[in-house]
Design a protein around this ligand. Structure first.
Ligand code: ATP
Ligand code: MG
Length: 455
C-alpha cells in the first residue's frame, strides 16, 4: 500500500516520468493507429485481388469447356493455373449439367463443389465448405444447346487468403513493435537531453546550498534563464543582507562590550562593599552570562559557515603548521605531534578560517589539559577526512562529555577559559554538516574527532 502511494508520488513529482508516460501514450496511440489502418487496408486490397483472380479463373473455365449439342462436356485444355492439377491443392473447379455430365478439376480427388453457388448467369461468390475446408467459391450458369443449365464453379480454400493476411499482420506487428521501442528509446533520450539543464540547475543549487559555489554558473536555455537570473539576483541580494546582518551583529556585540565592562567593574566594586555584596555577586553572575553570549554570537557571526557563502576549501595537513606553532607557544610544556596517516593529503570543503577556528579550539583544550603530549591523527574514511586530536590529560566522564558543548560549561575551573570553545566548535561543525565528537582516549585523556568532507 505504502509503496503504491510512494510510486504514485514519484510518477507525479518526476518530470522525466511524466514525459515518459506522455511519450508512451503518444507512441502507443500512433503505432496502434498505424497497425489498425495498415491491416485494414492490406486486408481489403488482398481480398479484392483474390476475388479478381477467382473471377478471372471462372471466366477462363467457361471458355475452355466445350458443350456438345446433346449436352456432353469436354475440356479443350487444362486451366492456366497448375494448382488446379495438383491433388487436393485447395484449388478446384467443377462444371455440371443439370441431370447430366459433371467435369471436375484433377485436383479434386474426392468430394465435389456445391453447384448452387452458380445459380444465375451473373457471377456470384460465397464462402462455403469445400473439399479441404472453408472455401471461397465463384460461379455462374449458362444454358446448354439442349436447353439444360450448365453450372460453372471455381473454389479456392479460404486458408490461403487468411494465411496471407496473418503473415502480413505478423510481420507488420514485429516491425511496428521495433519501431515503437526505437521511438520510446529516442523519446527517452530526448527527455534526458532536454531536461539536462534542469539537472545542471539542481546541481548548481545543491552546490549553492552546500556553500560550494555561487551564483549559478553557465548559460541556461531561454525557457529557464529568467528563473536563473531571478535566482542569481536573489542570491546576490541575500548575500548583501547577510553580510549587513553579520556586520550589524558584530557592531552590536562590540558596542555592548564597553558598557558591559563598566557594569562588570561597578558590580565588582559593589560585591566588594559589605552593604552590596549580595547584589554585586548577582550582577557579576549575570554579566558573565552576557559576556559569554556576546562572545559566542560574535564567533558565530564571524563564521563563513553561518552565512553559507564561502565556497572555500582548506588543505590538509598544511593548515596545521601555523596552528601547531601558535599552540606550542601557548602551551610550551606540551609536545604537539602531527601524524598525517599514510601521507594523507586532502582538500576539504570548509573555509580555512572556520577550520582553523574549530581546530584551534580543540588543540587549545588538548594543550590546556594534556600532561605532556597532544597527538593529531589524519585518516581518510570514504568521503571524509577524519581528524583526531588526542591528549594525555585527565579526560572527561561520559556525563561531562555530554554536557561539554553547552555555552559557558566548564568542569575544571583551575584552567582559564570561558566555556565557549566547544559550543562554538560544534556550531561551526554543524553548519557544515560535519561530525564533531569527544570520547575518552584509548589509554588516558580525551580524543576529539572531527570528520570533514573531502572535495
Ligand atoms: N581535552 C580536554 N580534557 C579534559 N577536559 C576538557 C578537555 N576539553 C574540554 N574539557 C572540559 O570541557 C569544558 C568545556 O570546554 P570549552 O573549550 O568549551 O571551554 P574552556 O576551554 O573551558 O573555555 P574556552 O575554550 O572558551 O576558553 C572545559 O572547561 C573542560 O572542563
Ligand atoms: Mg576551550
Amino acid at each position: 500500500m505504502k509503496s503504491a502511494v510512494s510510486r504514485r508520488r514519484i510518477a507525479v513529482t518526476s518530470l522525466r516520468l511524466r514525459y515518459a508516460a506522455a511519450i508512451m501514450l503518444w507512441v502507443a496511440a500512433g503505432i496502434g493507429g498505424i497497425w489498425f489502418s495498415a491491416t485494414r487496408v492490406f486486408t481489403r486490397h488482398i481480398e479484392a485481388q483474390y476475388h479478381d483472380e477467382l473471377y478471372g479463373h471462372v471466366r477462363e473455365l467457361a471458355g475452355l469447356v466445350n458443350v456438345s449439342p446433346d449436352g456432353h462436356l469436354t475440356l479443350t485444355r487444362p486451366l492456366s493455373d497448375p494448382r488446379y492439377l495438383e491433388p487436393m491443392s485447395g484449388f478446384y473447379w467443377q462444371v455440371s449439367v443439370w441431370h447430366g455430365d459433371v467435369l471436375r478439376s484433377a485436383s479434386m480427388r474426392r468430394g465435389g463443389l456445391d453447384e448452387d453457388v452458380a445459380h444465375s448467369p451473373e457471377v456470384f461468390h460465397a464462402v462455403d465448405n469445400g473439399p479441404t475446408g472453408a472455401a471461397i467459391s465463384y460461379g455462374f450458369t449458362r444454358p446448354a444447346p439442349d436447353g439444360r443449365i450448365i453450372h460453372y464453379v471455381i473454389s479456392t480454400d479460404k486458408r490461403f487468403l487468411d494465411a496471407a493476411i496473418a503473415g502480413f499482420t505478423r510481420e507488420l506487428t514485429l516491425w511496428l513493435s521495433g519501431l515503437a521501442i526505437a521511438l520510446m528509446g529516442t523519446g527517452w533520450a530526448a527527455i534526458v537531453f532536454s531536461l539536462k539543464p534542469l539537472d545542471r540547475l539542481a546541481r548548481a543549487i545543491a552546490d549553492l546550498r552546500g556553500g560550494r559555489r555561487e551564483p549559478l554558473p553557465g548559460t541556461f536555455p531561454r525557457e529557464i534563464s529568467p528563473l536563473v537570473d531571478d535566482l542569481n539576483a536573489f542570491i546576490v541580494e541575500n548575500q548583501a543582507i547577510i553580510a549587513r546582518a553579520r556586520v550589524q551583529a558584530g557592531n552590536l556585540a562590540h558596542s555592548l562590550r564597553t558598557p558591559l565592562a563598566v557594569i562588570t567593574d561597578e558590580a565588582e566594586h559593589l560585591a566588594a562593599s559589605p552593604a552590596g555584596d549580595e547584589a554585586g555577586r548577582n550582577l557579576l553572575a549575570q554579566t558573565d552570562i552576557m559576556v559569554q553570549q556576546i562572545e559566542f554570537h560574535l564567533a558565530r557571526a564571524r563564521s563563513a559557515a553561518m552565512a553559507k557563502t564561502s565556497g572555500q576549501t582548506s588543505q590538509l595537513p598544511g593548515i596545521f603548521e601555523p596552528l601547531i606553532n601558535a599552540m606550542s607557544k601557548l602551551h610550551p610544556e606540551v609536545d604537539f605531534v602531527l601524524r598525517a596517516g599514510e601521507g594523507v593529503t586532502a582538500t576539504v570543503e570548509v573555509d580555512p578560517i572556520d577550520l582553523s577556528e574549530v581546530l584551534s579550539i580543540l588543540l587549545d583544550n588538548a594543550g590546556k589539559w594534556a600532561d605532556s603530549s597532544v597527538v593529531i591523527d589524519l585518516a581518510a574514511d570514504g568521503q571524509d577526512c577524519v581528524i583526531t586530536i588526542t591528549d594525555d590529560g585527565p579526560g572527561m566522564s561520559a556525563e561531562q562529555i555530554a554536557g561539554a558543548f553547552g555555552i559557558g560549561v566548564r568542569y575544571d575551573l583551575s584552567r582559564p577559559g570561558s566555556g565557549l570553545g566547544l559550543a562554538i566548535a560544534r556550531e561551526i561543525a554543524e553548519a557544515y554538516g560535519f561530525d564533531l565528537t569527544l570520547a575518552p582516549a584509548p589509554t588516558r585523556g580525551l580524543a576529539a574527532r572531527l570528520a570533514v568532507r573531502m572535495a
